[in-house]
Design a protein around this ligand. Sequence first.
Ligand code: ATR
Length: 277
Amino acid sequence: MEELFGVIGDPIAHSMSPEMHNAAFGELGIRSVYGKFHVTKEDLTDGIKGIKALGLRGCNVTVPHKTAVMPLLDEIDPLAEAIGAVNTVVNREGKLIGYNTDGLGYVEGLKKIVTGELSRKTVLIIGAGGAARAIYYTLASLGVNKIDLTNRSKDKAVDMISSCPASIQSCYLDLQEAEANLINYDVVIQTTSIGMSPNGHQSPLKVGRVKQGAVYSDIIYNPLQTSFLKQAERSGAAIQNGIEMFIHQGALAFEIWTGQKPNIALMRNVVLKQLGG
Ligand code: ATR
């Protein structure tokens, strides 16, 4: 029988997940369909009940529901619990289990561009929102032990550091201090919404001198190159935009649902085509 999947969020019209997953299902000969569901905050409880009632096999959860969905599920994976957000739900015989594949998806992408062992790198994360938390806790759980944070609001970053379950060395820097100390970091990860289209010319900080062999990454993929990435490239860093994170979080969700590995190259092509690249 055909199985149903989908993504729930508000707004949802521009989600690229349906095309990406449907292409991957098709290529593996899996007779499943992935749709998008516009679910408002008010309707979230009913929307989640609907997964069981309608027999969906799984779904992705996106903004603004990643945290609010948690108490509505039957079980939460420990990493998602630590991150405090769920982006993937699987329906196992009527039991809804929540996972977070954002952080692991990000790391899968990052591994392609970082040379040498990730755990030995000195990392700076810019931002302290949901995406930053997923990346920070995932890197910490994988043994990266020097991850500093910079954010406009100090209290959010400090709270993130103090509630990290893994043992880790982290300092908070304000944005000016971070800008002045970029030379110390092997990997710098931009997770704020600054620089997202139509504000592609904005950047959370100026990138001047970078460490030899440094990798600068931005989780934004629209535009494909933010001002932050352009500056980093001019300074000699290797750069990566948010497409790899998007594809790999989807691929990990796909694996949780089906037990099969999707074709990553195909998923990338579908996403690039949608972005007009
Ligand atoms: P997400 O869940 O997508 O990570 P979020 O939780 O809204 O989004 O977090 C957005 C991040 O971008 C935060 O780090 C936020 O900084 P604050 O914690 O100070 O709010 C950062 N951010 C957004 N707009 C910003 C701006 N104009 N200047 C500086 N930081 C900004």
